[in-house]
Ligand binder design. Structure first.
Ligand code: SAH
Length: 400
């Protein structure tokens, strides 16, 4: 079943209501079920009140849903029978459906999840000795048109709803065999799958609240990372709303090259982006921003470029994560050599910037950074690069 962007209310086949219930009295529409998955605590409490129940029921519901991994109202044994019946009638806990799963030789697992009959998105689980990272999607496709990213080639279909974003973590826990009271399996969540999370701000922020909420997935703010291609104004908004780790896709030390690789740079150039990043860290009392830098052979990997990146970032709360380029069919880019990547990292370190190289995982199932493509049909192929060019040409015409 499909959901519109931002909707948590979906039309369902609710049993006809015999007598006016307290929910109707509270003005909730009949014949619809509210998807409680992804409702932040305050909204869930308001929903319980609207059903004529006590707001503290929200705590119990969240406990069942997120702590115990239970998504059937009838199994929530400490809720009154009548309340469970009312919930079954008026609400649902609807998860995205798993279409398929692939396992890589290094233990990485990738799932294709359905957004509706035609569209699908992906999530990836990356096990390591000391943590388990789930990489989740925020949109079906992406509109930002980064030159080296496979998702960009797909175009954009729609934003994921909060339930679809939260549902990824819920499903991964279930698929990975999480037991109530047992050890965490998903210890870290990164919004680095398909899509630009800050372009879906409205649905992403409530999902982040549930990741951090101690009645939700109860992850520490350092273990939830939002990665953005650089929507500077939204970084300021994010700083007001919530405190999570921030990663920013830098990929070039100068505006000319960055505008080619990451077209959003034409709207929000490097200086503006960095201002937003330092503001974020100030506001959040955070440690540092991680700057992602994809290593493209002969494009952005020279020693001069490494020194230029160091000059931009040294003295600021920044670290750099170098990502060896992951190829996909049809790309014109090549991965930098190991020597070039090592040298680039050394020059950053020498220039006073903390730098690491991201280990590539899940390559044999196309689960590595920038390789997630899901299934995006019926897309509005909004290519940001061409849109920006069109706007410029128009503006130039007006000015001439
Ligand atoms: N839209 C977000 C999340 C993207 S995925 C963003 O732009 O930050 C996470 C990282 O992988 C980003 O830094 C992205 O630029 C990078 N990436 C995209 N395609 C890649 C590829 N083919 N190889 C390596 N990294 C890639």
């Amino acid at each position: 079943m499909s959901m519109g962007a931002g909707d948590s209310i979906a039309s369902g086949d609710a049993t006809p209501v015999q007598a006016p219930s307290s929910a109707e009295a509270a003005g909730l529409p009949t014949g619809t079920r509210v998807n409680l998955l992804g409702l932040p605590r305050a909204e869930l409490a308001a929903f319980c009140t609207a059903l004529g129940s006590k707001p503290f029921r929200a705590r119990q519901l969240m406990n069942w849903l997120y702590k115990r991994g239970c998504n059937r109202f009838e199994d929530m044994s400490d809720l009154a029978r009548e309340f469970r019946a009312l919930l079954t009638e008026r609400a649902e806990l609807r998860l995205p459906e798993i279409v398929s799963e692939q396992r890589a030789s290094d233990g990485t697992r990738k799932w294709l999840l359905s957004a509706d009959q035609a569209q699908a998105f992906e999530m990836v689980y990356i096990p390591e000795s000391d943590r388990g990272t789930l990489c989740i999607s925020s949109q079906v496709g992406c509109a930002l048109d980064c030159a080296f990213c496979a998702t960009a080639q797909q175009g954009f279909n729609r934003n994921l709803s909060t339930a679809e974003i939260v549902g990824q973590v819920w499903l991964a826990n279930r698929e990975l065999g999480f037991q109530p009271g047992g050890d965490r399996i998903v210890t870290n969540v990164v919004l680095m799958g398909m899509g630009e999370p800050l372009a879906n701000f409205r649905n992403v922020v409530p999902a982040l609240r549930i990741f951090l909420d101690d009645l939700g997935f109860d992850l520490s703010r350092r273990r939830v990372t939002l990665s953005t291609s650089g929507l500077a104004p939204q970084i300021y908004r994010l700083a007001q709303e919530i405190n999570v780790a921030l990663a920013v896709s830098l990929h070039a030390p100068d505006d000319e090259l960055r505008s080619q690789l990451v077209p959003i740079n034409r709207l929000h150039p490097i200086a503006e982006l960095l201002q937003a990043c330092w503001h974020y860290i100030d506001e959040q009392n955070g440690r540092s921003v991680t700057f992602e830098y994809v290593m493209l052979d002969g494009v952005n990997d020279s020693p001069a470029q490494a020194r230029a990146v160091a000059r931009l970032l040294a003295g600021h709360p920044a670290k750099v994560n170098l990502i060896p380029f992951n190829p996909y069919p049809g790309t014109q880019f090549r991965r930098s050599s190991e020597t070039a990547i090592g040298h680039f990292r050394d020059l950053l370190l020498r220039g006073g910037v903390m730098a690491t190289v991201r280990r590539t995982r899940g390559e044999d199932i196309d689960a590595a950074c920038g390789q997630l493509v899901g299934r995006v049909t019926d897309r509005t192929v909004v290519r940001l690069g061409s849109r920006v060019e069109a706007a410029r040409t128009r503006a130039a015409g007006v000015n001439a």
